[in-house]
Design a protein around this ligand. Structure first.
Ligand code: URA
Length: 271
């Protein structure tokens, strides 16, 4: 099936199967819900509410913070992550899964953790969920080969695809925060409950969080952030594709208003 046909299929499955008006509707006339996630005293990119009392290995977190902070480009960060041994998941994984796509597009998607296919290939979202994600992106004019950049909260596959533990997530989060700083996204899309919880620090379920604009602070900039449903969940619950479709329409509308300036990529960025 060619790309446009599979994108059309995704749209139809998501419920967008008829034109409802002659003219496009400007959804931005409705007031966006913007929630600042960080108190003034928080570290520059930390979530406002830290995940509740983590049983953390503070050595591993300290090492992760120092290694991540020292990285001055995406390529540096990838190298630092590959050299980091503070997350137990690395021992059972085949590859470190860093990112895929084009950071210059300034649309950053954050998923949960690599699965079997991602572990084998060393890139995020290359299995069935990734194929659906590609269709979802295509439906709003995005493509990881051109203008979308994809990573995960967790950089190594949890055995049997179990949920990452709070300790495992805590060891990866300093890298994710630095990853966001270096990628300089103009919009962030969070895929599923795990990404939504760890990036925002808000523990409301994804059904409550999805579809509402939030903000993520990077330095002096507040980056609009949209939590939505994870493509793997949508494969299990296709009836909910229409909710993800609504969220993506909101992203597409917001992107039109942003006129994102080009990202200033440090030399030596990862490809
Ligand atoms: N699910 C995720 O959250 N990330 C991947 O990379 C693959 C599946």
């Amino acid at each position: 099936m060619n790309d446009s046909l599979s994108t059309l299929n995704w749209l139809v499955e998501a419920g967008a199967d008829e034109a409802v008006a002659e003219q496009p509707v400007n959804r931005l006339t409705a007031k966006a819900q913007v929630t600042p996630l960080q108190p003034a005293a928080a570290p520059r990119t930390a979530p406002a509410r830290a995940p509740a009392a983590l049983p953390v290995d503070s050595d591993a977190i300290g090492t992760a913070q120092a290694a991540a902070a020292a990285a001055q480009s995406l390529a540096d960060l990838k190298t630092a992550l590959e050299a980091f041994d503070g997350c137990a998941l690395k021992r059972t994984a085949t590859n470190t899964v860093f990112a895929d796509g084009v950071a210059e597009g300034r649309i950053m998607l954050i998923g949960e953790a690599p699965g079997r296919d991602e572990d084998r290939v060393g890139k995020p979202f290359v299995g069935r969920a990734g194929q659906l994600l590609d269709k979802m992106l295509a439906s709003i004019g995005l493509d990881r080969k051109e203008n979308a950049y994809i990573t995960n909260v967790i950089n190594w596959r949890p055995p049997d695809n179990r949920d990452p533990t709070p300790e495992e997530a805590a060891a990866c989060l300093p890298f994710l925060r630095r990853h966001i700083e270096l990628a300089q996204p103009g919009v962030i899309i969070l895929l599923g409950a795990v990404a939504a919880r760890h990036v925002t620090g808000v523990s409301d379920g994804i059904m409550k969080l999805r579809g509402r604009w939030l903000e993520y602070r990077v330095g002096d900039t507040m980056v609009p952030l949209m939590p939505t449903l994870h493509p793997a969940y949508l494969l299990r619950q296709p009836a909910h594709k229409k909710l993800a479709w609504r969220d993506l329409q909101a992203v597409r509308d917001r992107m039109k208003t942003l006129d994102l300036p080009a990202r200033v990529a440090p030399s030596g960025d990862a490809g």
